[in-house]
Design a protein around this ligand. Structure first.
Ligand code: 5GP
Ligand code: ZN
Length: 134
C-alpha cells in the first residue's frame, strides 16, 4: 500500500469505498463508522498529513468541493444541517494521517454531544493577550 496510507489506497481504488463524489483532485466517500446517517469524508487525492502541511492552493481547491458535497447531501439525504470537522494530530482525535474533512449530517431533534464549559473571563482575557496575532 502506497505510503502505508489507507486513504491513499482508497483514492487509488486499491481499497473499496462507498463513493459520493470524485473528480481529479478529490474523493468523497461514506465514513465506515458514521456519527450520523450520511457521514462523509472528503479527501484530496494527494497525500498530505493535515491542515498544516497542506498548501494554501490545495486547501483553496478542496474547500469548495467540501461545500459542493455538503450541499448535495443536504438535499439528497435530506438532512437539516451539518457539521464540518477536520482533526489534526492524535491529541485531536486524528486516527488517519491523510487530511480529511468530515461532513456530519445533522437531523432536527437528534443531538450529537460536543461538550463545552463556561469560560472564565480572566483566563480568556489573558489567553487572548498571549495568542493574539499581529
Ligand atoms: P479521524 O478520527 O482521523 O478524523 O477520522 C478518520 C475517519 O476515517 C473515522 O471516522 C473512521 O471511521 C474513518 N475510516 C477509517 N478507516 C476507514 C476506511 O477504511 N474506510 C472508510 N470509508 N472510512 C474509514
Ligand atoms: Zn495518504
Amino acid at each position: 500500500m502506497k505510503n502505508d496510507c489507507i486513504f491513499c489506497a482508497i483514492a487509488e481504488g486499491e481499497i473499496p469505498s462507498f463513493k459520493v463524489y470524485e473528480d481529479d483532485e478529490v474523493l468523497a466517500y461514506l465514513d465506515i463508522n458514521p456519527f450520523t446517517k450520511g457521514h462523509t469524508l472528503v479527501i484530496p487525492k494527494q497525500h498530505r498529513t493535515g491542515l498544516l502541511d497542506a498548501e494554501d492552493s490545495l486547501l483553496a481547491s478542496v474547500l469548495p468541493k467540501v461545500k459542493k458535497v455538503a450541499a448535495h447531501l443536504k438535499s439528497a439525504l435530506p438532512c437539516d444541517g451539518f457539521n464540518i470537522l477536520q482533526n489534526n494530530g492524535e491529541a485531536a482525535g486524528q486516527t488517519v494521517r491523510h487530511i480529511h474533512f468530515h461532513i456530519i449530517p445533522r437531523y432536527a431533534g437528534e443531538p450529537l454531544v460536543f461538550e463545552s464549559h463556561k469560560g472564565d473571563m480572566d483566563e480568556l482575557k489573558a489567553l487572548s493577550e498571549r495568542v493574539r496575532m499581529a
